[in-house]
Design a binder for this molecule. Structure first.
Ligand SMILES: *Cc1c(COP(=O)(O)O)cnc(C)c1O
Length: 532
């Protein structure tokens, strides 16, 4: 080849030019540090038409600044979620210990597929999984798991193991026309529908069990559904319980579900379904397992301390789960993608082995060397383990307790302030999490009474429509009037995950995720509601 470009490419793109890289990293950091200058969501408007019509790639070989220029407008135009006024969802900001971990990972670019492609990074995954398993299961003999790209996939692993348990060798033989079902609560995340569809069970065969007013799966309804399915000879592959529902932070009674599904399996002489727990957001509560309620070292206020006590009892029940989803990129304040799928007993992963016939034994060594033997993915990024171990050791267990305690205190404060307003009603007063769902009705209405009548089934459909319209209208009015410099961004849900008499209840929503969000922000939320 005559072309001299190869050497230029090697020198520019495959040789580490520190000075140039540092310069560009500095520029990107400078752009990041405009934090506070721009209000949430206030950067640049989108330009989708050109993105599609004119994707523009260079013909001639350039340099690293071309790489920078190619992405810069989009980097600049992407909200960092660092503002304390972002209360919409469990999203950002990622912490900087996680950035150190994630950048280190990108610099080496390991592939967790097998350990010859990743060497000690594979060891780091073992460490990160074990650390998280010790937190969520508290004490467990043989936890194991892997990182993947999100809670959806972690839940999918749980569902798949369940299918293999109730229909052995489905991996090779398929579903063979058998009737299979999965169970979740009506407060469960929609990702469970995704996995029911993708695993071949069918979304119609994923049954949503009604919740009670605390957004907890009703055990009487679960029992009814199990009886109905077993009597029709349907194989119940899994129950995916929710530990911290996305909107209301409802927490299913894991221990009671375990007892019930085991008893029913025994009664009908069938294998018990997989009890997978979707703790994508709720897992963080386990950080408080050993908080000393008597000494109360953080000086948590008296009205919030009982929440800590209930959290500890919820968290202990996770030991009854077969497997669990932990999204570190949510309440671990880590970078994407960092979702962990963890089994309580390592042997369960045997059911996912690719070539069970050629692999009659499944030793510890193979688990460690070659996760690709059982993972859905082939190539697998290592950002998860790097983010987790950098964050957990940077911030520390006590640091995470402080972060969580702050979020819980903020949620409690907002609940308290809203409860003082007659025309507002907190819908998830009893949940032990960092989210708040509530109604705002026009002044003069008694929200408490209207909600009670809704629960009793006493509202006419005209009344209901009028109230629901008012709740949405006032939300839209606040959005229209808000001062982006001081007013927090909230979100709106059309179905909170509890539907008495089959009615989907809408609500305003705030998530306390950002450690910078303080009482001043809450005070302004209340003022903005009073001013409507
Ligand atoms: C966010 C969420 C998921 C989906 O997780 P991703 O990481 O976004 O794929 C699943 N379950 C619950 C309860 C969630 O909150």
């Amino acid at each position: 080849m005559q072309d001299k470009t190869l050497q230029t490419i090697i020198d520019t793109f495959f040789t580490c030019n520190r000075a140039e890289l540092m310069e560009i990293f500095n520029e990107l950091l400078n752009a990041l540090q405009t934090d506070g200058v721009h209000h949430p969501g206030g950067l640049m408007s989108r330009n989708y038409e050109t993105a599609q019509a004119n994707p523009e790639i260079h013909t001639l070989t350039g340099n690293l600044r071309d790489a920078r220029d190619a992405i810069f407008p989009f980097y600049w135009g992407t909200d960092e979620w660092y503002s304390k006024l972002h209360l919409e969802n469990v999203k950002g900001p990622a912490n900087y210990a996680s950035l150190i971990g994630s950048l280190a990972c990108l610099l080496k670019n390991p592939n967790l597929c097998i350990d010859t492609y990743s060497q000690r990074s594979n060891e780091l995954e073992v460490k990160a999984i074990t650390a998280l398993a010790n937190l969520v299961f508290y004490h467990t003999d043989s936890p194991w798991g892997i990182f993947n790209m999100g809670g959806t996939i972690s839940n999918l692993y749980g569902g798949k193991i369940g299918i293999e348990k109730v229909l052995p060798q489905a991996m090779s033989k398929g579903l063979q026309g058998e009737k299979l079902a999965g169970l979740v609560s009506e407060a469960a995340h929609y990702s469970n529908k995704t996995l029911a569809g993708w695993l071949g069970i069918g979304t119609n065969n994923l049954h949503a069990i009604a919740t009670d007013s605390s957004f907890v799966m009703r055990l009487d309804k679960l029992e009814e559904k199990l009886d109905e399915l077993y009597r029709h000879e349907v194989r119940v592959a899994f129950v995916i319980a929710t530990f911290g529902s996305t909107d209301a932070f409802g927490i299913d009674d894991i221990a009671a579900i375990r007892n019930l599904i085991d008893a029913k399996a025994e009664q009908y002489q069938v294998p018990a379904p997989q009890l997978h727990v979707d703790a994508a957001v709720g897992w963080i509560l386990c950080m408080l397992n050993e908080y000393d309620l008597g000494l109360n070292p953080f000086g948590i206020e008296d009205d919030v301390l009982p929440v800590f006590e209930r959290i500890q009892s919820h968290a202990k029940a996770l030991q009854c789960a077969d497997s669990v989803t932990v999204d570190f990129h949510k309440m671990g304040w880590g970078h994407y993608p960092a979702s962990a799928f963890i089994v309580n007993r390592r042997d369960d992963l045997r059911l996912l082995l690719r070539t069970l016939d050629q692999m009659p034994y499944f030793s510890e060594a193979e688990f460690r060397h070659d996760p690709a033997l059982f993972t859905l993915e082939c190539s697998r990024p290592a950002i998860g383990p790097y983010s987790v171990m950098a964050s957990l050791n940077g911030i520390g267990l006590r640091g995470y307790q402080v972060l969580l305690a702050h979020s819980l205190e903020m949620a409690a404060q907002l609940k308290k302030d809203l409860t003082a307003l007659d025309y507002c009603k907190v819908l998830n007063a009893n949940t032990t999490g960092t989210t708040v769902l509530w109604w705002v009705l026009p002044k003069g209405r008694n929200a408490q009474e209207i909600y009670a009548r809704l629960e009793k089934g006493e509202l006419t459909s005209e009344e209901r429509q009028r109230y629901f319209h008012e709740i949405k209208h006032l939300f839209d009015k606040r959005v229209h009037d808000l001062n982006p410099q001081i007013d927090a961004r909230l979100s709106f849900t059309t179905a909170v995950g509890y539907s008495p008499h089959g009615i989907n209840i809408p609500a305003w929503k705030a998530v306390f995720f950002n450690p910078k969000t303080d009482r001043e922000v809450i005070g302004q939320v209340i003022r903005s509601i009073e001013d409507l």
